[in-house]
Design a protein around this ligand. Structure first.
Ligand SMILES: NC(=O)c1ccc[n+]([C@@H]2O[C@H](COP(=O)([O-])OP(=O)(O)OC[C@H]3O[C@@H](n4cnc5c(N)ncnc54)[C@H](OP(=O)(O)O)[C@@H]3O)[C@@H](O)[C@H]2O)c1
Length: 351
């Protein structure tokens, strides 16, 4: 990396979406060296017009007023951290505005982590606009963004042959925040769960298809197709105290989801996501059947919210240093924690 950078002043960051994740990212940024929050946006009536410090519960004023709309921002910044939605069609107009402000963008939007399989036209439009404004746009997070794709891709780097990849994540939802538990239907009856699934109110984890496509493209495999099985409820066998609600036996404790990348119509990549209250064994498992065979086990599983705030902040110097355009994690320089002054890790953006 070219370390002859122009960052004599701090890296200037704008936060768009001050929900749970945006707040966690803000709190982490406040503890980092060489970086400064200079703007914030969130349309919630209880947030805009207030000092960011009050909105995130920092215990002190930060001197940044939360704006209602991206267009109300009147600051120069190096990068925007975007955390508002999981879906590309909702994120797209917001990303366009951020690019037009000449901000590099890191977004937690799951579908943006590999948008080509969602809407190729939108992906192409973001790429072209980012190149025009000489900025970089990346979708990332713990998952998609790391556990089921970047980490898997890295492990395949020592394989001569690969016959099959299976990744499984098991999360105890009772250790997670209420909004996460609500998102996966904890405490509902099976009938209520099925109704919410058919109305699109419960979608569970978004990103299995994105992770599969990223891994396949990275290792140079042309999948025949990606198949996602319908989301299924995990039913409680006994009463579970989830910290958010009490799950009665026979009621929904959470979800299980599975997706497969088919090579010549055979399962080549399988991703399994289970999140339910009372999961006895939390883990992230990566099994690569190949030469050599790899069995990677992380237990307990990496905490999603902590890991997401970390990876987004750690990506800041990498994204600022990357060439312009729409990137995915497989295009970004190898990841690490950023413990020292962030400015020291930033290189000049190649054109
Ligand atoms: N890739 C990953 O690993 C990963 C990890 C964690 C989270 N995520 C995703 O990241 C997103 C944010 O997560 P979260 O838990 O923080 O969600 P959240 O608590 O719902 O926060 C989203 C915030 O963004 C605000 N918002 C909506 N539209 C906006 C706009 N146009 N401009 C600015 N702010 C806007 C929302 O306001 P209102 O409440 O008024 O709508 C809300 O305050 C979610 O979609 C989540 O699934 C991804």
């Amino acid at each position: 990396m070219n370390r002859n950078n122009s960052f004599t002043s701090e890296v200037r960051v704008v936060l768009v979406g001050i929900g749970y994740i945006g707040s966690e990212i803000a709190k982490l940024l406040l503890r980092k060296k060489g970086v400064k929050i200079v703007g914030a946006v969130d349309p919630s009536p209880e947030k805009f017009g207030k000092d960011l410090g009050d909105v995130i519960g920092a215990g002190e004023k930060i001197g940044v007023l939360v704006q209602k709309d991206i267009n109300d921002l009147n600051v120069n910044a190096d990068i925007a951290i975007h955390a508002t939605t999981s879906f590309l069609n909702e994120a797209y107009p917001q990303i366009v505005e951020l690019i037009k402000h000449s901000f590099n963008v890191i977004s937690t939007c799951e579908e943006l982590s590999y948008p080509y399989i969602v809407n190729e036209n939108i992906a192409k439009a973001i790429d072209e606009l980012a190149k025009k404004y000489k900025v970089t746009v990346l979708g990332s997070g713990i998952n998609p963004g790391f556990l089921m794709d970047t980490l898997v891709i890295t492990l395949t780097g020592v394989c001569q042959e690969i016959r099959r990849i299976v990744v499984e994540r098991i999360v105890d939802a009772s250790k997670r925040r209420p909004s996460f538990q609500r998102k996966i239907g904890v405490g509902l009856s099976v009938k209520e769960f099925n109704e919410k699934v058919s109305k699109g109110e419960i979608v569970g984890h978004v990103g299995l298809k994105q992770s599969i496509a990223m891994v396949a493209d990275s290792i140079g495999i042309k999948l025949s197709r990606i198949v996602e099985e319908p989301i299924k409820p995990v039913i409680a066998e006994e009463k579970i105290e989830s910290g958010f609600t009490i799950v009665k036996p026979g009621f929904v404790a959470g979800v299980t989801q599975k997706a497969h990348g088919l090579l010549n119509e055979q399962q080549f990549i399988t991703l399994i996501f289970k999140a339910y209250a009372g999961a006895a064994w939390e883990c992230d498992l990566i099994y690569i059947d190949g030469v050599p065979t790899i069995n990677e086990r992380i237990t307990p599983c990496i905490h999603g919210d902590i890991g997401t705030a970390a990876i987004i902040v750690n990506l800041i110097p990498r994204v600022i240093s990357a060439s312009p355009g729409l990137k995915t994690m497989k295009d970004i320089q190898a990841l690490s924690a950023v413990l020292g002054d962030m400015r020291l890790l930033i290189g000049r953006k190649p054109s």
